[in-house]
Design a protein around this ligand. Sequence first.
Ligand SMILES: NC(=O)c1ccc[n+]([C@@H]2O[C@H](COP(=O)([O-])OP(=O)(O)OC[C@H]3O[C@@H](n4cnc5c(N)ncnc54)[C@H](O)[C@@H]3O)[C@@H](O)[C@H]2O)c1
Length: 249
Amino acid sequence: MNSSIALVTGAAAGIGRATALAYAKAGCDVVISDIQRDRLVEVEQAITKLGRKALSVVADMSVESDIRTLHADTLAYFGRLDYACNNAGIEGENAPTHESSLENFDRTLAVNLRGVFICMQEQLKLMLTQGSGAIVNISSVAGLIGFPNLPAYCASKGGVIQLTKAAAVEYAEHNIRVNAVCPGVIHTDMIDRVTGRDPEIEAQYAAFHPMNRMGTVEEVADTIVFLSLPQSGFITGQALAVDGGMVAR
Ligand SMILES: NC(=O)c1ccc[n+]([C@@H]2O[C@H](COP(=O)([O-])OP(=O)(O)OC[C@H]3O[C@@H](n4cnc5c(N)ncnc54)[C@H](O)[C@@H]3O)[C@@H](O)[C@H]2O)c1
């Protein structure tokens, strides 16, 4: 039997890299996409070492033609797409709403929300043709609850949840499932940029969670793979927090 094909955006680092490797460990061949060409090479090698095929495509999620080409390349190389994880995202500026720049709002929405929308359009077309598929969009706890000084990020991640629910309802009868994952604070480059690796600030971030620690990229990746594989076959339209209990408070 042919391997399942998974696609991950923002796969050069952090949650995306871990997800690409988790798909490979689950027996998938993987399309990995990012703007960081050099780091994609390392991820491609790691997937190959696991005995799976990898296709690297440099694509910027704020550029429509890059996204359309990414999916055309996927179809040309692998002939199908079973699972997609729309993960690429940026944190944007940290500033009070009344002082935030419109440039930041537009840029954050372009990558985090418009990019996911265009990805979903392409993925749904492929999956409709096949009659099956599963999409996992990466939102955030910031899509579920408010955080100060991150208006564009919160809006983009809330939008991802609603895109997810709308598509889940729309495509359920076509055997296509669409879910979102909402991570708490996960130790990645993004969080190192925000904390500046200051141990005091890191401890404050850990304390957001009842478990009093940050999550690991593997904990998020394993949830994404679970929501992709047939074992979650009756789950669609969910926004699942992977957050050590943060939003349960
Ligand atoms: N780390 C966290 O605590 C956390 C929490 C909640 C949600 N998230 C979300 O998870 C996703 C991954 O975050 P991460 O922490 O791994 O971030 P990261 O910054 O460590 O990695 C993000 C990856 O996305 C890529 N990327 C950025 N802009 C891109 C663009 N325009 N086009 C294509 N690729 C682009 C980067 O090059 C990088 O490889 C993001 O959507 C983020 O908002 C992260």
